[in-house]
Design a protein around this ligand. Structure first.
Ligand SMILES: [Cu+2]
Length: 113
């Protein structure tokens, strides 16, 4: 095999691997922020990819909150204060509603695709 053919073959192999990786949906896990302000989750509804992490950031002046996946049968999440964060990684596809423990009207939804 000529040297040039070998290079072409190698380029094709690299291209094929890149194609397979992108087609298989392999992506780098991301961390996405949800702000908490004036007793609201912002955005209230969010769509992320499987494996991503959501970081809830409490931007209130003096109010603590929690992120509680009550419908999953879990206990209330830890309360976190202004300038504190709460993180959760989502490894399952689905729709996950949540609420704040101390504030039942504070609700949010995470869609994992
Ligand atoms: Cu709250």
């Amino acid at each position: 095999m000529k040297h040039l053919d070998l290079i072409k073959l190698r380029i094709c192999q690299i291209g094929l691997i890149a194609l397979l990786v992108s087609a298989s949906g392999v992506a780098c896990a991301a961390t996405v922020e949800v702000e908490i302000l004036k007793k609201e989750y912002i955005p209230q509804e969010i769509t992320i990819n499987k494996g991503d992490t959501i970081r809830w950031v409490n931007n209130e002046k003096r109010q603590y909150h929690s992120v509680w996946f009550e419908q999953l049968g879990e206990k209330d999440g830890e309360y976190f204060w202004p300038d504190e964060v709460f993180e959760r990684t989502f490894n399952e596809v689905g729709t996950f509603p949540y609420r704040c423990g101390p504030h039942p009207k504070m609700t949010g939804v995470v869609h994992v695709k």
